[in-house]
Design a binder for this molecule. Structure first.
Ligand SMILES: [Zn+2]
Length: 542
Protein backbone atom coordinates (compact mmCIF):
# COMPACT_ATOMS: atom_id res chain seq x y z
CA UNK A 1 0.00 0.00 0.00
CA UNK A 2 2.71 2.34 1.15
CA UNK A 3 4.94 1.43 -1.79
CA UNK A 4 2.28 1.94 -4.39
CA UNK A 5 1.39 5.31 -2.84
CA UNK A 6 5.03 6.38 -3.18
CA UNK A 7 5.06 5.05 -6.70
CA UNK A 8 1.99 7.10 -7.59
CA UNK A 9 3.48 10.15 -5.97
CA UNK A 10 6.68 9.67 -7.95
CA UNK A 11 4.69 9.18 -11.14
CA UNK A 12 2.78 12.38 -10.45
CA UNK A 13 5.99 14.28 -9.84
CA UNK A 14 7.57 12.94 -13.02
CA UNK A 15 4.45 13.70 -15.06
CA UNK A 16 4.19 17.22 -13.69
CA UNK A 17 7.88 17.68 -14.29
CA UNK A 18 7.59 16.86 -17.96
CA UNK A 19 4.46 18.94 -18.44
CA UNK A 20 5.11 22.21 -20.18
CA UNK A 21 3.99 25.60 -18.87
CA UNK A 22 3.67 26.83 -22.44
CA UNK A 23 3.61 25.13 -25.79
CA UNK A 24 4.07 27.26 -28.89
CA UNK A 25 3.06 25.20 -31.91
CA UNK A 26 2.20 25.43 -35.58
CA UNK A 27 4.95 27.99 -36.18
CA UNK A 28 8.12 28.56 -38.11
CA UNK A 29 10.76 28.41 -35.42
CA UNK A 30 14.24 29.54 -36.39
CA UNK A 31 16.45 28.05 -33.69
CA UNK A 32 19.84 29.72 -34.53
CA UNK A 33 21.21 26.21 -33.93
CA UNK A 34 23.06 25.19 -37.07
CA UNK A 35 22.47 21.50 -36.31
CA UNK A 36 18.73 21.96 -36.66
CA UNK A 37 17.78 25.41 -37.88
CA UNK A 38 14.02 24.96 -38.11
CA UNK A 39 11.24 23.51 -35.97
CA UNK A 40 7.46 23.76 -35.72
CA UNK A 41 6.88 23.79 -31.98
CA UNK A 42 8.56 24.55 -28.71
CA UNK A 43 7.71 23.77 -25.08
CA UNK A 44 8.69 25.90 -22.09
CA UNK A 45 8.93 24.74 -18.50
CA UNK A 46 9.89 27.23 -15.82
CA UNK A 47 12.55 29.51 -17.21
CA UNK A 48 13.87 27.05 -19.77
CA UNK A 49 13.09 25.36 -23.03
CA UNK A 50 11.76 21.87 -22.37
CA UNK A 51 11.73 20.64 -25.95
CA UNK A 52 11.86 21.81 -29.56
CA UNK A 53 10.63 19.84 -32.54
CA UNK A 54 7.63 18.87 -34.65
CA UNK A 55 4.03 19.68 -33.61
CA UNK A 56 2.95 16.16 -32.70
CA UNK A 57 6.05 15.37 -30.69
CA UNK A 58 6.00 18.63 -28.68
CA UNK A 59 2.26 18.55 -28.00
CA UNK A 60 2.90 15.32 -26.06
CA UNK A 61 4.32 17.42 -23.21
CA UNK A 62 0.93 19.10 -22.82
CA UNK A 63 -0.46 18.79 -19.31
CA UNK A 64 -3.65 19.98 -17.67
CA UNK A 65 -2.24 23.42 -16.93
CA UNK A 66 -0.20 23.92 -20.09
CA UNK A 67 -1.02 27.12 -21.97
CA UNK A 68 -1.20 26.43 -25.69
CA UNK A 69 -0.23 29.14 -28.15
CA UNK A 70 -1.12 28.51 -31.78
CA UNK A 71 1.51 30.47 -33.71
CA UNK A 72 -0.53 30.33 -36.87
CA UNK A 73 2.66 29.94 -38.97
CA UNK A 74 4.30 32.97 -37.42
CA UNK A 75 8.08 33.20 -37.21
CA UNK A 76 9.78 32.67 -33.85
CA UNK A 77 13.41 33.61 -33.21
CA UNK A 78 15.72 33.44 -30.23
CA UNK A 79 15.58 36.79 -28.46
CA UNK A 80 18.00 39.25 -29.99
CA UNK A 81 21.09 40.00 -27.95
CA UNK A 82 22.33 43.52 -28.68
CA UNK A 83 26.04 43.10 -28.02
CA UNK A 84 26.93 46.80 -28.02
CA UNK A 85 24.61 49.49 -26.70
CA UNK A 86 24.94 52.67 -24.66
CA UNK A 87 21.91 53.00 -22.43
CA UNK A 88 21.42 56.11 -20.38
CA UNK A 89 18.94 58.76 -19.40
CA UNK A 90 18.43 62.07 -21.15
CA UNK A 91 19.32 65.07 -19.04
CA UNK A 92 16.44 67.56 -19.01
CA UNK A 93 17.30 70.06 -21.75
CA UNK A 94 15.95 71.77 -24.81
CA UNK A 95 17.00 69.44 -27.61
CA UNK A 96 16.64 70.08 -31.29
CA UNK A 97 17.72 68.46 -34.55
CA UNK A 98 18.01 70.36 -37.80
CA UNK A 99 16.99 67.33 -39.79
CA UNK A 100 15.46 63.94 -39.13
CA UNK A 101 18.25 62.50 -41.28
CA UNK A 102 21.27 62.16 -38.99
CA UNK A 103 23.62 62.31 -41.99
CA UNK A 104 22.28 65.60 -43.34
CA UNK A 105 24.70 68.55 -43.18
CA UNK A 106 24.20 71.00 -40.29
CA UNK A 107 25.28 74.41 -41.63
CA UNK A 108 26.43 76.78 -38.90
CA UNK A 109 24.25 79.70 -40.04
CA UNK A 110 21.08 77.67 -39.65
CA UNK A 111 22.21 76.14 -36.35
CA UNK A 112 23.11 79.58 -35.05
CA UNK A 113 19.69 80.98 -35.94
CA UNK A 114 17.99 78.04 -34.21
CA UNK A 115 20.06 78.50 -31.05
CA UNK A 116 19.34 82.26 -30.99
CA UNK A 117 15.62 81.51 -31.26
CA UNK A 118 15.71 78.97 -28.43
CA UNK A 119 17.77 81.24 -26.16
CA UNK A 120 14.92 83.75 -26.45
CA UNK A 121 12.32 81.13 -25.52
CA UNK A 122 13.85 79.21 -22.60
CA UNK A 123 14.80 80.30 -19.08
CA UNK A 124 18.40 81.20 -18.36
CA UNK A 125 20.46 78.17 -17.50
CA UNK A 126 18.38 75.73 -19.58
CA UNK A 127 20.73 73.35 -21.34
CA UNK A 128 20.51 73.47 -25.15
CA UNK A 129 21.62 70.33 -26.96
CA UNK A 130 21.82 69.45 -30.63
CA UNK A 131 23.46 66.90 -32.90
CA UNK A 132 25.83 68.06 -35.60
CA UNK A 133 27.34 66.68 -38.74
CA UNK A 134 30.94 65.78 -37.73
CA UNK A 135 32.18 68.03 -40.57
CA UNK A 136 31.32 70.94 -38.28
CA UNK A 137 33.92 69.68 -35.80
CA UNK A 138 36.52 70.51 -38.46
CA UNK A 139 35.36 74.14 -38.66
CA UNK A 140 37.58 76.01 -36.21
CA UNK A 141 35.40 79.12 -36.38
CA UNK A 142 32.51 77.28 -34.75
CA UNK A 143 33.79 76.96 -31.22
CA UNK A 144 33.16 78.15 -27.67
CA UNK A 145 33.40 81.86 -28.49
CA UNK A 146 30.94 81.68 -31.39
CA UNK A 147 28.46 79.93 -29.06
CA UNK A 148 29.13 82.33 -26.17
CA UNK A 149 28.27 85.28 -28.39
CA UNK A 150 24.75 83.94 -28.95
CA UNK A 151 24.19 82.00 -25.71
CA UNK A 152 26.09 83.61 -22.83
CA UNK A 153 23.70 82.38 -20.12
CA UNK A 154 22.71 78.94 -21.38
CA UNK A 155 24.95 75.90 -21.55
CA UNK A 156 25.10 74.72 -25.17
CA UNK A 157 26.38 71.35 -26.35
CA UNK A 158 26.70 70.31 -29.98
CA UNK A 159 27.48 66.58 -30.31
CA UNK A 160 28.77 64.76 -33.35
CA UNK A 161 26.49 61.78 -34.05
CA UNK A 162 29.51 59.49 -33.89
CA UNK A 163 29.59 60.08 -30.12
CA UNK A 164 33.32 60.88 -30.20
CA UNK A 165 33.38 64.70 -30.19
CA UNK A 166 31.44 67.70 -28.90
CA UNK A 167 31.59 71.49 -28.95
CA UNK A 168 30.69 73.26 -25.70
CA UNK A 169 30.27 76.91 -24.82
CA UNK A 170 31.66 78.48 -21.65
CA UNK A 171 28.50 77.85 -19.63
CA UNK A 172 28.56 74.16 -20.58
CA UNK A 173 32.26 73.82 -19.74
CA UNK A 174 31.50 75.36 -16.36
CA UNK A 175 28.51 73.03 -15.87
CA UNK A 176 30.84 70.04 -16.26
CA UNK A 177 33.58 71.66 -14.19
CA UNK A 178 36.04 71.70 -17.10
CA UNK A 179 38.64 74.48 -17.03
CA UNK A 180 42.09 75.20 -18.41
CA UNK A 181 43.67 72.87 -15.89
CA UNK A 182 41.38 69.94 -16.63
CA UNK A 183 42.98 66.94 -18.30
CA UNK A 184 41.77 63.43 -18.93
CA UNK A 185 44.11 60.69 -20.05
CA UNK A 186 42.89 59.38 -23.40
CA UNK A 187 40.92 62.54 -24.07
CA UNK A 188 41.47 66.04 -25.28
CA UNK A 189 40.12 69.44 -24.38
CA UNK A 190 41.26 71.43 -27.39
CA UNK A 191 43.14 74.68 -26.73
CA UNK A 192 43.92 77.63 -28.98
CA UNK A 193 47.26 79.41 -29.42
CA UNK A 194 46.60 81.38 -26.20
CA UNK A 195 46.02 78.13 -24.27
CA UNK A 196 42.31 78.95 -23.93
CA UNK A 197 39.78 76.14 -24.26
CA UNK A 198 38.16 76.19 -27.68
CA UNK A 199 35.20 74.14 -26.43
CA UNK A 200 36.01 71.13 -28.63
CA UNK A 201 36.31 67.99 -26.52
CA UNK A 202 37.24 64.55 -27.78
CA UNK A 203 37.36 60.90 -26.69
CA UNK A 204 37.77 60.40 -22.91
CA UNK A 205 36.95 64.07 -22.20
CA UNK A 206 33.86 63.72 -24.36
CA UNK A 207 32.79 60.30 -22.97
CA UNK A 208 32.50 61.69 -19.43
CA UNK A 209 29.68 63.99 -20.39
CA UNK A 210 26.96 61.31 -20.22
CA UNK A 211 28.11 60.18 -16.78
CA UNK A 212 28.40 63.77 -15.52
CA UNK A 213 24.81 64.41 -16.64
CA UNK A 214 23.65 61.23 -14.88
CA UNK A 215 25.46 62.24 -11.70
CA UNK A 216 23.33 65.40 -11.62
CA UNK A 217 20.04 63.55 -12.11
CA UNK A 218 17.90 61.91 -9.45
CA UNK A 219 17.59 58.16 -9.75
CA UNK A 220 13.81 58.15 -10.29
CA UNK A 221 14.21 60.21 -13.49
CA UNK A 222 17.00 57.96 -14.68
CA UNK A 223 14.97 54.84 -13.96
CA UNK A 224 11.93 56.22 -15.79
CA UNK A 225 14.12 56.93 -18.81
CA UNK A 226 15.91 53.63 -18.99
CA UNK A 227 12.74 51.68 -18.23
CA UNK A 228 11.23 53.29 -21.33
CA UNK A 229 14.24 52.14 -23.31
CA UNK A 230 13.91 48.52 -22.16
CA UNK A 231 10.18 48.53 -22.84
CA UNK A 232 11.03 49.37 -26.43
CA UNK A 233 13.65 46.63 -26.66
CA UNK A 234 11.09 44.09 -25.39
CA UNK A 235 8.63 45.24 -28.05
CA UNK A 236 11.28 44.58 -30.69
CA UNK A 237 12.13 41.09 -29.45
CA UNK A 238 15.46 42.03 -27.86
CA UNK A 239 15.96 39.97 -24.70
CA UNK A 240 19.54 40.89 -23.76
CA UNK A 241 21.31 44.22 -23.99
CA UNK A 242 25.05 44.37 -23.44
CA UNK A 243 25.37 47.88 -22.18
CA UNK A 244 28.70 49.67 -22.50
CA UNK A 245 28.48 51.49 -19.24
CA UNK A 246 29.54 54.87 -20.65
CA UNK A 247 26.54 56.77 -19.30
CA UNK A 248 27.17 56.31 -15.58
CA UNK A 249 30.00 56.25 -13.13
CA UNK A 250 30.52 52.76 -11.73
CA UNK A 251 28.76 53.05 -8.38
CA UNK A 252 25.67 54.73 -9.81
CA UNK A 253 25.30 52.11 -12.55
CA UNK A 254 25.68 49.23 -10.12
CA UNK A 255 23.17 50.78 -7.68
CA UNK A 256 20.58 51.38 -10.43
CA UNK A 257 20.84 47.92 -11.88
CA UNK A 258 20.95 46.21 -8.48
CA UNK A 259 17.73 47.79 -7.27
CA UNK A 260 15.78 47.59 -10.54
CA UNK A 261 15.02 44.98 -13.14
CA UNK A 262 13.68 45.71 -16.59
CA UNK A 263 11.97 43.61 -19.27
CA UNK A 264 15.43 42.72 -20.57
CA UNK A 265 18.56 40.98 -19.35
CA UNK A 266 21.29 43.54 -18.98
CA UNK A 267 24.99 42.89 -19.05
CA UNK A 268 26.84 45.95 -17.80
CA UNK A 269 30.31 46.18 -19.26
CA UNK A 270 32.57 48.18 -16.99
CA UNK A 271 33.72 51.42 -18.56
CA UNK A 272 36.50 52.97 -16.49
CA UNK A 273 36.87 56.72 -16.97
CA UNK A 274 40.22 58.47 -16.57
CA UNK A 275 41.74 61.24 -14.51
CA UNK A 276 44.72 63.26 -15.68
CA UNK A 277 47.20 60.43 -15.27
CA UNK A 278 45.47 57.06 -15.40
CA UNK A 279 42.57 54.79 -16.18
CA UNK A 280 40.33 54.46 -13.12
CA UNK A 281 40.06 50.68 -13.32
CA UNK A 282 39.71 50.25 -9.57
CA UNK A 283 36.37 52.10 -9.62
CA UNK A 284 34.92 48.77 -10.78
CA UNK A 285 36.65 46.57 -8.21
CA UNK A 286 34.21 44.38 -6.35
CA UNK A 287 31.41 44.91 -8.88
CA UNK A 288 32.11 42.01 -11.25
CA UNK A 289 29.23 39.73 -10.34
CA UNK A 290 25.57 39.22 -10.92
CA UNK A 291 23.44 42.03 -9.45
CA UNK A 292 20.12 40.18 -9.45
CA UNK A 293 18.29 37.63 -11.61
CA UNK A 294 18.38 39.83 -14.72
CA UNK A 295 21.44 42.07 -14.46
CA UNK A 296 25.14 41.34 -14.19
CA UNK A 297 28.48 43.10 -14.55
CA UNK A 298 31.25 41.56 -16.61
CA UNK A 299 34.01 42.61 -18.96
CA UNK A 300 35.91 45.88 -19.16
CA UNK A 301 35.62 48.21 -22.11
CA UNK A 302 38.43 50.42 -23.38
CA UNK A 303 38.20 52.85 -26.30
CA UNK A 304 41.61 52.68 -27.96
CA UNK A 305 40.96 54.83 -31.02
CA UNK A 306 38.26 57.03 -32.48
CA UNK A 307 36.17 56.79 -35.61
CA UNK A 308 37.21 57.38 -39.22
CA UNK A 309 34.59 60.14 -39.43
CA UNK A 310 36.77 62.42 -37.27
CA UNK A 311 39.91 60.74 -38.68
CA UNK A 312 40.72 59.49 -35.18
CA UNK A 313 40.79 55.76 -36.00
CA UNK A 314 44.47 54.84 -36.09
CA UNK A 315 45.68 53.65 -39.51
CA UNK A 316 48.79 51.97 -40.92
CA UNK A 317 48.57 54.20 -44.02
CA UNK A 318 47.34 57.82 -43.83
CA UNK A 319 43.76 58.88 -44.46
CA UNK A 320 43.13 59.17 -48.17
CA UNK A 321 41.53 62.60 -47.85
CA UNK A 322 44.11 64.18 -45.52
CA UNK A 323 47.77 63.56 -46.29
CA UNK A 324 49.86 62.84 -43.23
CA UNK A 325 46.85 62.15 -40.97
CA UNK A 326 47.06 58.67 -39.40
CA UNK A 327 44.60 59.10 -36.55
CA UNK A 328 45.80 58.32 -33.06
CA UNK A 329 45.59 55.95 -30.13
CA UNK A 330 43.96 57.19 -26.94
CA UNK A 331 46.42 55.27 -24.77
CA UNK A 332 50.07 54.29 -24.96
CA UNK A 333 51.27 50.69 -24.90
CA UNK A 334 52.05 50.57 -21.13
CA UNK A 335 48.50 51.77 -20.30
CA UNK A 336 47.03 49.21 -22.68
CA UNK A 337 49.14 46.50 -21.09
CA UNK A 338 48.13 47.58 -17.61
CA UNK A 339 44.46 47.44 -18.63
CA UNK A 340 44.91 43.91 -20.02
CA UNK A 341 46.67 42.79 -16.85
CA UNK A 342 43.83 44.19 -14.76
CA UNK A 343 41.29 42.25 -16.85
CA UNK A 344 43.28 39.02 -16.58
CA UNK A 345 43.81 39.45 -12.83
CA UNK A 346 40.07 39.98 -12.32
CA UNK A 347 39.12 37.25 -14.84
CA UNK A 348 37.22 39.76 -16.95
CA UNK A 349 36.78 39.89 -20.70
CA UNK A 350 38.89 42.39 -22.62
CA UNK A 351 36.62 44.56 -24.79
CA UNK A 352 38.34 47.15 -26.98
CA UNK A 353 36.92 49.72 -29.34
CA UNK A 354 39.36 49.42 -32.25
CA UNK A 355 38.60 50.64 -35.73
CA UNK A 356 41.90 51.20 -37.53
CA UNK A 357 44.28 48.48 -38.73
CA UNK A 358 47.14 50.03 -36.77
CA UNK A 359 45.05 49.93 -33.58
CA UNK A 360 44.37 46.24 -34.04
CA UNK A 361 48.07 45.53 -34.62
CA UNK A 362 48.87 47.36 -31.36
CA UNK A 363 46.34 45.22 -29.50
CA UNK A 364 47.76 41.97 -30.86
CA UNK A 365 51.34 43.03 -30.12
CA UNK A 366 50.43 43.96 -26.57
CA UNK A 367 48.62 40.63 -26.06
CA UNK A 368 51.68 38.87 -27.43
CA UNK A 369 53.98 40.77 -25.10
CA UNK A 370 52.02 39.34 -22.17
CA UNK A 371 51.30 35.78 -23.31
CA UNK A 372 51.64 33.59 -26.41
CA UNK A 373 48.68 33.20 -28.80
CA UNK A 374 47.67 29.82 -27.31
CA UNK A 375 46.99 31.47 -23.93
CA UNK A 376 44.58 33.92 -25.55
CA UNK A 377 42.70 31.42 -27.71
CA UNK A 378 39.81 30.94 -25.24
CA UNK A 379 39.82 34.44 -23.71
CA UNK A 380 37.47 35.79 -26.39
CA UNK A 381 39.08 39.21 -26.53
CA UNK A 382 36.50 41.43 -28.19
CA UNK A 383 37.20 43.98 -30.85
CA UNK A 384 34.32 46.40 -31.16
CA UNK A 385 33.82 47.62 -34.74
CA UNK A 386 37.05 46.27 -36.30
CA UNK A 387 36.41 48.22 -39.51
CA UNK A 388 39.91 47.42 -40.80
CA UNK A 389 40.45 44.17 -38.94
CA UNK A 390 41.23 42.30 -42.14
CA UNK A 391 43.33 44.12 -44.74
CA UNK A 392 45.64 41.23 -45.60
CA UNK A 393 45.26 37.44 -45.55
CA UNK A 394 47.67 37.26 -42.66
CA UNK A 395 45.27 39.29 -40.49
CA UNK A 396 42.72 36.48 -40.66
CA UNK A 397 45.24 33.98 -39.28
CA UNK A 398 46.21 36.32 -36.49
CA UNK A 399 42.60 36.92 -35.44
CA UNK A 400 42.07 33.14 -35.41
CA UNK A 401 45.22 32.35 -33.47
CA UNK A 402 44.34 34.86 -30.77
CA UNK A 403 40.68 33.82 -30.60
CA UNK A 404 39.46 37.36 -31.30
CA UNK A 405 35.70 37.97 -31.39
CA UNK A 406 34.53 40.80 -33.65
CA UNK A 407 31.44 42.79 -32.67
CA UNK A 408 30.18 44.73 -35.66
CA UNK A 409 27.47 47.38 -35.70
CA UNK A 410 25.52 47.36 -38.95
CA UNK A 411 24.39 50.96 -38.48
CA UNK A 412 28.01 51.84 -39.28
CA UNK A 413 27.84 50.03 -42.61
CA UNK A 414 25.68 52.61 -44.30
CA UNK A 415 28.13 55.50 -44.81
CA UNK A 416 29.63 54.74 -48.24
CA UNK A 417 30.42 58.36 -49.14
CA UNK A 418 32.36 59.22 -46.04
CA UNK A 419 34.01 55.79 -45.69
CA UNK A 420 35.30 55.75 -49.27
CA UNK A 421 36.63 59.31 -48.88
CA UNK A 422 38.51 58.48 -45.70
CA UNK A 423 39.88 55.07 -46.68
CA UNK A 424 40.30 55.45 -50.48
CA UNK A 425 39.65 53.07 -53.32
CA UNK A 426 41.88 50.20 -52.14
CA UNK A 427 41.00 50.01 -48.46
CA UNK A 428 37.28 50.32 -49.15
CA UNK A 429 37.50 46.75 -50.47
CA UNK A 430 38.42 45.47 -47.01
CA UNK A 431 36.34 47.68 -44.82
CA UNK A 432 33.92 46.28 -42.20
CA UNK A 433 34.36 42.55 -42.74
CA UNK A 434 31.40 40.27 -42.10
CA UNK A 435 31.38 37.71 -44.93
CA UNK A 436 35.12 37.06 -44.71
CA UNK A 437 34.89 36.58 -40.93
CA UNK A 438 32.17 33.97 -41.21
CA UNK A 439 33.95 32.23 -44.11
CA UNK A 440 37.00 31.91 -41.88
CA UNK A 441 35.15 30.84 -38.72
CA UNK A 442 35.97 34.01 -36.81
CA UNK A 443 33.28 34.60 -34.17
CA UNK A 444 30.99 37.49 -35.11
CA UNK A 445 28.45 39.22 -32.88
CA UNK A 446 26.11 42.07 -33.71
CA UNK A 447 25.40 45.12 -31.62
CA UNK A 448 23.52 48.26 -32.52
CA UNK A 449 25.71 51.09 -31.17
CA UNK A 450 22.96 53.37 -32.39
CA UNK A 451 19.34 52.78 -33.39
CA UNK A 452 18.59 49.51 -31.61
CA UNK A 453 15.98 48.18 -34.05
CA UNK A 454 17.39 44.71 -34.89
CA UNK A 455 15.59 44.64 -38.23
CA UNK A 456 17.29 47.85 -39.42
CA UNK A 457 20.58 46.26 -38.39
CA UNK A 458 19.74 42.98 -40.16
CA UNK A 459 18.80 44.94 -43.28
CA UNK A 460 22.13 46.80 -43.25
CA UNK A 461 24.20 43.66 -42.54
CA UNK A 462 22.58 41.90 -45.49
CA UNK A 463 22.99 44.82 -47.91
CA UNK A 464 26.22 46.31 -46.56
CA UNK A 465 26.14 49.60 -48.49
CA UNK A 466 29.82 50.38 -47.67
CA UNK A 467 31.23 47.11 -49.01
CA UNK A 468 28.51 44.90 -50.51
CA UNK A 469 30.71 41.85 -51.03
CA UNK A 470 31.00 41.61 -47.22
CA UNK A 471 27.21 41.29 -46.84
CA UNK A 472 25.87 38.20 -45.08
CA UNK A 473 22.56 36.35 -45.37
CA UNK A 474 19.60 37.11 -43.10
CA UNK A 475 19.97 33.71 -41.46
CA UNK A 476 23.62 34.44 -40.74
CA UNK A 477 22.75 37.90 -39.40
CA UNK A 478 20.14 36.45 -37.02
CA UNK A 479 22.60 33.80 -35.82
CA UNK A 480 25.28 36.47 -35.21
CA UNK A 481 22.69 38.60 -33.37
CA UNK A 482 21.62 35.73 -31.09
CA UNK A 483 24.15 32.90 -30.77
CA UNK A 484 27.08 35.11 -31.83
CA UNK A 485 26.27 37.78 -29.25
CA UNK A 486 25.78 35.14 -26.53
CA UNK A 487 29.18 33.67 -27.43
CA UNK A 488 30.65 37.16 -27.20
CA UNK A 489 29.61 37.29 -23.53
CA UNK A 490 30.47 33.65 -22.64
CA UNK A 491 26.77 32.79 -22.36
CA UNK A 492 26.20 30.52 -25.34
CA UNK A 493 25.52 27.57 -23.03
CA UNK A 494 22.64 29.51 -21.48
CA UNK A 495 21.04 31.31 -24.40
CA UNK A 496 21.34 32.35 -28.04
CA UNK A 497 19.71 29.26 -29.55
CA UNK A 498 16.28 27.75 -29.15
CA UNK A 499 17.36 24.34 -27.97
CA UNK A 500 16.44 22.08 -25.09
CA UNK A 501 17.73 23.31 -21.73
CA UNK A 502 18.44 26.88 -22.82
CA UNK A 503 16.74 29.86 -21.24
CA UNK A 504 13.37 30.51 -22.87
CA UNK A 505 14.27 33.95 -24.28
CA UNK A 506 12.46 34.31 -27.57
CA UNK A 507 10.25 36.48 -29.74
CA UNK A 508 7.29 35.77 -32.00
CA UNK A 509 7.56 38.24 -34.86
CA UNK A 510 4.95 40.28 -36.69
CA UNK A 511 6.27 39.15 -40.07
CA UNK A 512 8.62 36.63 -41.66
CA UNK A 513 11.92 38.52 -41.70
CA UNK A 514 13.48 35.89 -43.95
CA UNK A 515 11.00 36.53 -46.75
CA UNK A 516 9.86 40.16 -46.73
CA UNK A 517 11.58 42.64 -49.05
CA UNK A 518 14.52 44.49 -47.43
CA UNK A 519 12.66 47.81 -47.22
CA UNK A 520 9.93 46.11 -45.15
CA UNK A 521 12.36 44.78 -42.53
CA UNK A 522 12.54 47.90 -40.31
CA UNK A 523 8.81 47.80 -39.57
CA UNK A 524 9.06 44.34 -37.95
CA UNK A 525 7.96 44.08 -34.33
CA UNK A 526 7.66 41.37 -31.75
CA UNK A 527 4.10 40.33 -30.99
CA UNK A 528 5.11 38.17 -28.03
CA UNK A 529 8.41 38.30 -26.14
CA UNK A 530 9.45 35.75 -23.53
CA UNK A 531 12.37 36.14 -21.16
CA UNK A 532 13.20 33.21 -18.92
CA UNK A 533 9.86 31.59 -19.71
CA UNK A 534 7.86 34.68 -18.73
CA UNK A 535 5.93 36.89 -21.10
CA UNK A 536 7.46 40.38 -20.91
CA UNK A 537 5.64 41.85 -23.89
CA UNK A 538 2.58 40.89 -25.89
CA UNK A 539 0.67 42.70 -28.57
CA UNK A 540 -2.86 41.37 -28.22
CA UNK A 541 -2.41 38.93 -31.02
CA UNK A 542 -2.82 35.88 -28.82
ZN1 LIG B 1 29.81 52.31 -28.91
Amino acid sequence: MRVSFLFLLLLAVVTTYSQADYILYNGKIFTSDKKRLWAEALAIKGERILAVGGNAEILKSKGSSTKLINLDKRLVVAGFNDAHAHVGALYPARRFELSADPFAPTPWQILRDSIVKIVNQVPRGTFIITTIDPALLDDTTVRRKALDSIAPQNPVMMSAWTGHGKILNSAALKFFGFDMQTEFLGGRLDKDADQQLTGLIEEYANFRVGAEFSRKMDSSTIIRNIKGYYEQTAALGITTVQNMCTQHFAKQAVDLYTTHVFPCRVRLMAFPFTNNTRLLLDDWNGFFHSLNKMNYVSGVKLVLDGTPVERLACLRQPYSDKPGAYGRLNFDAPTLKHYMEFCLAHKQQIIIHAVGDSTITTIIRTMQSLHPAAFWKNKRVRIEHGELAVVQTEDINILKQFGIVIVQNPTHLGLPQIISKRFGSTRINYVQPLRSLLDNNIPLAIGSDGPFNPYVNIMLATIHPDNPKEAISREEAVIAYTYGSAYAEFKEDEKGTLTKGKLADLAVLSQDIFNVSPDKLPSTESVLTFIGGKIVYSKNVF
